[in-house]
Design a protein around this ligand. Structure first.
Ligand SMILES: *Cc1c(COP(=O)(O)O)cnc(C)c1O
Length: 488
């Protein structure tokens, strides 16, 4: 057989898509998907033949030209093309809030509520009782008030949006006083001074990197009268000063300042705020609702921060709160009302899926025990070292059963909370270390990432580690499968 004849033997796209094997697929996925896949499969076949040397044309496997076989390849290809770019993966890093891996996994009821609410119509902005238009702002306001002690709350796209709208509402054209020790960069383009510029507020830095005293805040306050008075004078280096809009504390989410340090507490700021009739804002970030000290997490929580008397607190929905991506603003009604009416509110609002997940997550907090049991992030944080050891033993056993050639050992590790929350917390734990006589740790790491459900693991001292705290028991089977002989 000559190459020319082999090429002539390749069926036409029209013939391929008429094959019985593609009948249902054509119906289900549509003509475009099947035609495109057919074209791709036939192109690949054509290239394979073109690349043949003349003398190899005779030994070409003719079954590759069989139209039934081609149709089957097309069917596989259609399914491959359908794979989304966003898909589940297994987190074996031991970092609970991994920003690259989607931060907080949702609790079961949150997931179910998203499905329930989003597959049809919903009460997003409709008051069923009154039979008229409602507001999405009312969906979780009361529940957040009940759980945190705030008067009211508002939900926006994320904590970065929350910061933007809070500053734009309370600080536009005014100065916001912030400690130099708290001018945080969260990651990417989110830096407090930059957000301040975008909001139209002016940042008034006080104190130093390591020490900021309550008096530093108080001395920086400018009244409306002082603003006018200063404007009429030759100002220091031409820097114009503006009336103070608020005092703001930003939580040091991803760093610690240690050594010779001092910072003003929320109580200090509340005292100064009351005296000068200024709102106090706390950009808290992590959204911790409970007291987790007994698990080594020494961080402020939402109800306690509000109890200190602050006016506005803002935090993420998908960090320690354990819910969907969101930014939650809670506090005094007079300020929240203003934010709801701000033009930016529409720009940064969230959709029904977010509310569905958030409301179901928040419900869990009505009982602390339930929250610790059912919200994955809290469950992972509160799991003991002993529990992690027996979990690691179970995973090791599953992998050993799947592949007896591997060298598997349990090792002690320290897990992290991550995601810009509680930077100094280390959670003592256990991991499964896997070694193979034929493959390096890097080799195993790559193989795991290429598994059906990709597994992201850690390499420590040239050993591959599977940290069990962030792995669900239901994922053990998938991990064992990835190690099955033949893969390794
Ligand atoms: C994480 C964090 C943010 C940003 O929150 P996103 O929800 O990621 O937008 C802002 N401020 C603080 C203090 C944070 O910890």
């Amino acid at each position: 057989m000559k190459k020319k004849d082999l090429l002539r033997g390749i069926p036409k796209v029209d013939e391929v898509i008429k094959q019985d094997a593609l009948f249902f697929l054509l119906e289900e996925k549509g003509c475009v998907a099947v035609t495109e896949a057919s074209r791709a499969v036939l192109d690949k076949l054509r290239q394979e033949i073109m690349a043949l040397k003349d003398e190899d044309a005779d030994s070409f496997d003719m079954s590759k030209l069989d139209i039934c076989r081609i149709a089957e390849d097309v069917a596989d290809r259609v399914k491959e093309d359908e794979k989304c770019n966003l898909f589940p993966i297994i987190n074996a890093t031991g970092t609970i809030l991994h920003t690259n891996l989607g931060r907080a996994p949702l609790c079961k009821e949150a997931v179910e509520n998203v499905v329930e609410v989003s597959r049809g119509y919903s009460s997003l902005e409709y008051n069923v009782e009154k039979g008229k238009r409602g507001s999405r702002h009312d969906l979780v306001g009361e529940l957040i008030a009940e759980l945190t002690g705030a008067e009211d709350a508002m939900v926006v796209n994320n904590n970065a949006s929350a910061t933007l709208i809070v500053l734009a509402t309370l600080g536009k054209g005014k100065e916001i006083v912030v400690s130099r020790g708290e001018l945080v960069e969260i990651g990417g383009a989110f830096r407090i001074p930059d957000i301040m510029v975008q909001s139209g507020a002016y940042l008034q830095e006080v104190g130093t990197s390591n020490k900021t005293k309550p008096s530093d805040y108080e001395n920086a306050i400018i009244t409306k009268e002082q603003e006018k008075e200063l404007a009429s004078k030759e100002s220091y280096r031409g820097t114009k000063r503006f009336e103070t809009g608020a005092l703001m504390k930003v939580h040091k989410s991803n760093y610690d300042i240690v050594g010779f340090t001092e910072e003003a507490s929320l109580e200090d700021l509340v005292k100064i705020g009351k005296k000068h009739n200024l709102p106090v804002i706390f950009d808290m970030g992590n959204g911790l609702m409970l007291d987790l000290e007994e698990y080594g997490v020494r961080e402020p929580n939402i109800p306690k921060s509000l109890a200190a008397g602050i006016d506005i607190i803002l935090f993420s929905g998908d960090k320690l709160l354990g819910g969907p991506q969101a930014g939650i603003i809670a506090g005094k009604k007079e300020y929240i009302e203003k934010m709801k009416k701000h033009p930016l509110a529409r720009v940064i609002r969230v959709d029904k899926m977010c509310f569905a997940a958030l409301e179901a997550t928040l419900m869990k907090y009505r009982d602390e025990k339930i929250a610790l049991r059912d919200i994955p992030v809290l469950n992972m944080i509160s799991s003991s070292k002993e529990e992690m050891k027996s979990k690691a033993e179970r995973l090791a056993e599953e992998i050993r059963t799947a592949n007896s050639n591997l060298n598997i050992e349990l090792v002690e590790v320290e897990d992290q909370i991550g995601g810009g929350s509680a930077p100094s917390v280390r959670l003592p734990s256990w991991a499964v270390a896997v070694e193979d006589s034929k493959m390096s740790a890097q080799g195993i790491e790559i193989m795991l990432r290429r598994a059906d459900i990709p597994i992201v693991a850690r390499i420590h001292e040239d050993r591959l580690l599977l940290c069990v705290r962030t792995i669900a028991e239901s994922e053990f089977k998938d991990i064992a499968n990835a190690f099955r002989t033949g893969n390794c």
